[in-house]
Design a protein around this ligand. Structure first.
Ligand code: SF4
Length: 354
């Protein structure tokens, strides 16, 4: 019989909360590279942690866009499974020579995804498993270490828009968020969790006193129910009505003026970009209180793709129409298109080399 290898959780399960905090803080300390180097821990505990890997992710492939510098990493876990994670530089017009870009990372919360959204390359992979809280935060630590090594700066923003549906992995995502906010000193408003809309878990979230005040984004993609179901099979027949009621509860739970609900809308040519779709979207968001609509140009995943892109003129027209109704609406600048790192393109392509 093989002996069970003790995990980090086995070792620290009876330790007081402050010990865990010491470990969490050390994970984001540039000068600490192993559990043995955490001098705030007792010698005894450090000895027990000696064989626990300091990082749970290993870089398998790293690619960089020639167009905009976006990088995409295929990261491998101890069980050989992989996810993709993306680093996007944001260069602003206000920057002066010598300024470093701000960096946003896109992290994954599951290996694959069971939600099967029809426009998403990850959805076509199917679901393998949830990531642990360490595997989620180690995606951030991986990018942070890379930026430290190259002296390019630091991770400024985190979006949970990579592979997987974060609310299906609620407990691990919640713990990872709380550790990131405390340990990495990334403010909650610099972190966005995006979901396709799981009604029960959204209810749980607004009632949960330990869910941090991070930004919330909903992948809507259509404000016409049947149309939404046709592209997002997880859609519930009553979801749009639920969303209007839930938004009121959300704004009560997070009353800050800056706490708008992000509405993500991927524009699929001839599928969800008709004038009827626009009217329905305007009517819906007007009932939802403080929202910000983000229109996403569609990025085809492969030549066999079912969907076409909506012309940019149509996207601009939608934006103008919404602005005229005093709805804040932005158009996402797709990054990393040449390395399949943009929205909906994460497909673990290295898998074919496994
Ligand atoms: S869009 Fe998000 S929820 Fe839908 S299949 Fe892709 S990863 Fe899953």
């Amino acid at each position: 019989m093989t002996e069970k290898i003790e995990s980090l959780e086995d070792i620290i399960k009876d330790e007081p909360a402050f010990r865990r905090q010491q470990i969490y803080l050390a994970w984001f300390d540039k000068n600490i590279h192993s559990f043995e180097e955490i001098t705030t821990l007792s010698k005894d505990l450090r000895a027990k942690l000696k064989n626990i890997p300091w990082m749970t992710v290993k870089e398998r492939v790293l690619q960089q866009s020639k167009i905009d510098g976006t990088r995409k990493a295929l990261l491998e876990f101890a069980d050989g499974r992989v996810v993709e994670s993306v680093l996007m530089p944001r260069v602003s017009k206000k920057m002066i020579p010598g300024d470093k870009p701000r960096y946003t990372i896109c992290v994954s919360s599951q290996v694959g995804c069971p939600m099967a959204c029809t426009f998403c390359a990850t959805g076509k992979l199917g679901f393998s498993r949830n990531l642990t809280y360490r595997e989620i935060i180690d995606q951030m630590r991986y990018w942070q270490e890379l930026l430290w090594k190259t002296e390019e700066g630091k991770v400024d923003n985190i979006v949970f828009m990579g592979q997987g549906e974060p609310l299906l992995n609620y407990n691990n995502v919640k713990l990872a968020l709380n550790i990131l906010i405390k340990g990495a000193e990334i403010g909650p408003r610099k972190i966005t969790v995006s979901t396709v809309g799981l009604a029960e878990t959204m209810n749980k979230m607004v009632d949960d006193k330990h869910w941090p005040p991070v930004r919330f984004a909903l992948s809507l993609h259509s404000a016409i129910n049947e149309n939404r179901t046709s592209i997002m099979p997880s859609n519930r027949a009553d979801f749009l009505d639920f969303l209007v009621d839930w938004s009121k509860r959300y704004h009560l739970a997070f009353p800050s003026r800056t706490h708008f609900i992000g509405i993500e809308y991927i524009m699929l040519g001839g599928v969800n970009d008709s004038p009827k779709n626009l009217d329905a979207l305007i009517k819906l968001v007007q009932k939802m209180g403080s929202v910000k609509v983000n229109l996403i140009p569609y990025n085809p995943g492969s030549k066999k793709d079912f969907f076409g892109a909506t012309p940019i003129e149509t996207i601009k027209h939608w934006q103008e129409k919404m602005n005229q109704k005093n709805i804040i609406c932005t158009v996402r600048r797709s990054q990393g298109l040449d390395i399949a790192a943009a929205c909906g393109q994460l497909a673990n392509l290295d898998k074919q080399n496994d």
